[in-house]
Unconditional design. Structure first.
Length: 378
């Protein structure tokens, strides 16, 4: 497996961490904030590796003066999550016994070992259990092995109940020596003000398209076209792109996934960008492919419009895209928008029957639909 290039993906964040290491001004607590799946996990591991690397690589680059070597025993142990000085606490589902909590944690670590960018998905509510937090606190009260900088990662700290966070406050207020605490959170405001004020905030940025294309092609066996499409539609969020790769497993679901991504692009991107994606992805000589796409769009519009008025997902056609459709429903708060868009698509489908130029018709349609979208409040 190729490594995700976290140094390029989160160049600013790495610059802060790498320079703090160089200047020997490493903070005792960091908050990596931003949407899950932007690379918080690999960033935390790379930093843990740098802090413990036996032969860190020094460069002439002022922005990134240091990297972990990735080869020494400590680096390897950290990246494989088998390092004595690395403690990771993640949100888990409901459980009764402590042993179950450990099993659930290990299950998630296994997923992260295989794919460090994977997002947590669960129908059940997730939370960071107090007993796991306490255990870490206890283990940190012991002296660390000489030469080791302990790193504690609280992943998705907003999932920690307030009562458990209270128990950790002391740890953050008076961190043990040779210990760095990393908290990840979507929004730092979701954390206790005392925690926020004692931590250095590091904002995760959208990941550049080329970094994602590289990773998707090398690790997910996607052709260049699909990798490009996914990377460009995912709004810089690798976690989203990875969730969607499952949709490329067979040919049928693959054309649905492409159709959905183009629909999403229609809603969120500028007209010229949608047009360029469409002309890349849709075969200009095959009516049936374009027709299939437009029929899918019609049903996606219907489902999104449906979500604009209800939270209930019964009666939806495109169940495979439910979480995404929910988010996109905001474009259809005005019922008129869905209505006029559906009518426009119907007209284009009728045009296909009289043999118009496929791409020209699609381009005209997209521009028309963008106008309709502008007329409704987003
Ligand atoms: Zn190393």
């Amino acid at each position: 497996m190729n490594h995700f290039d976290i140094y390029k993906a989160q160049s600013k964040a790495w610059s802060i961490l790498s320079r703090s290491y160089k200047n020997k001004r490493v903070a005792s607590t960091y908050i990596f904030h931003g949407r899950e799946g932007l690379g918080q996990w690999p960033l935390a591991l790379s930093f843990a590796a740098l802090l413990n690397c036996e032969s860190p690589k020094e460069t002439d680059d002022d922005r990134h003066p240091f990297y972990p070597c990735g080869q020494c025993r400590n680096c390897r142990n950290i990246f494989s999550l088998n390092f004595e000085g690395l403690n990771i606490i993640v949100p888990i589902g409901p459980h009764k016994k402590h042993s179950e909590a450990i099993d659930l944690t290990n299950e998630f670590l296994e997923i992260k070992r295989a794919e460090p960018l994977a997002r947590q998905s669960s129908a059940k509510p997730l939370s960071i259990p107090i007993d796991m937090a306490r255990e870490v606190k206890k283990s940190l009260s012991r002296l660390s092995t000489e030469g080791i900088t302990r790193v504690v990662l609280f992943y998705r700290m907003e999932k920690m109940l307030a009562s458990s966070a209270d128990a950790l406050l002391k740890l953050i207020e008076e961190p043990p020596s040779d210990t760095v605490i990393i908290l990840t959170a979507e929004r730092p405001e979701a954390l206790l003000p005392t925690v926020q004020s004692r931590a250095q905030l590091i904002r995760m940025e959208r990941v550049p398209v080329e970094v994602m294309v590289d990773y998707l092609q090398n690790n997910y066996d996607l052709d260049a076209k699909k990798a490009q499409l996914l990377a460009r539609i995912s709004e810089g969020l690798p976690g989203f792109a990875l969730d969607m790769t499952a949709g490329f497993e067979d040919e049928e679901s693959s054309s649905r996934t492409v159709g959905f991504l183009l629909f999403k692009s229609l809603l969120i991107d500028s007209g010229p960008k949608v047009v360029s994606l469409l002309t890349e992805m849709v075969n200009d000589r095959d009516h049936s492919e374009a027709e299939e796409l437009l029929r899918l769009w019609q049903s996606l519009i219907r489902d999104s419009a449906y979500f604009a008025v209800t939270d209930d997902s019964d009666g939806l056609v495109n169940v495979d895209f439910v979480p995404e459709l929910k988010k996109l429903s905001r474009f259809f708060n005005n019922a008129k928008v869905a209505e006029t868009m559906t009518a426009d698509i119907k007209n284009t489908l009728a045009d296909f029957r009289v043999n118009v130029h496929i791409q020209a018709a699609l381009v005209a349609l997209v521009l028309q639909l963008k106008k309709r979208l502008k007329s409704g409040p987003a």
